[in-house]
Ligand binder design. Structure first.
Ligand SMILES: [Zn+2]
Length: 65
């Protein structure tokens, strides 16, 4: 789930958020309300994010255009 963008969220305008893993209770940090637990691999549903997902055409690095 790690992306190059996640490495420097403040530079790209993302907001770092935190929550408690719903499966194992570990503290999990995410971006804009999206989480992936590094302990048990729990991830929340994408629709729980705070903003709409970017589309492929919005990604300058997308290889499919
Ligand atoms: Zn977990």
């Amino acid at each position: 789930m790690t992306t190059p963008e996640a490495a420097e969220p403040t530079a790209t305008g993302y907001e770092i958020t935190r929550t408690e893993c719903k499966r194992c209770g570990s503290e999990v940090f995410g971006i804009d309300g999206r989480y992936a637990c590094s302990v048990c691999a729990w991830v929340n549903h994408w629709s729980e994010g705070h903003r709409a997902l970017p589309e492929a055409r919005d990604d300058a690095d997308c290889p499919e255009k």
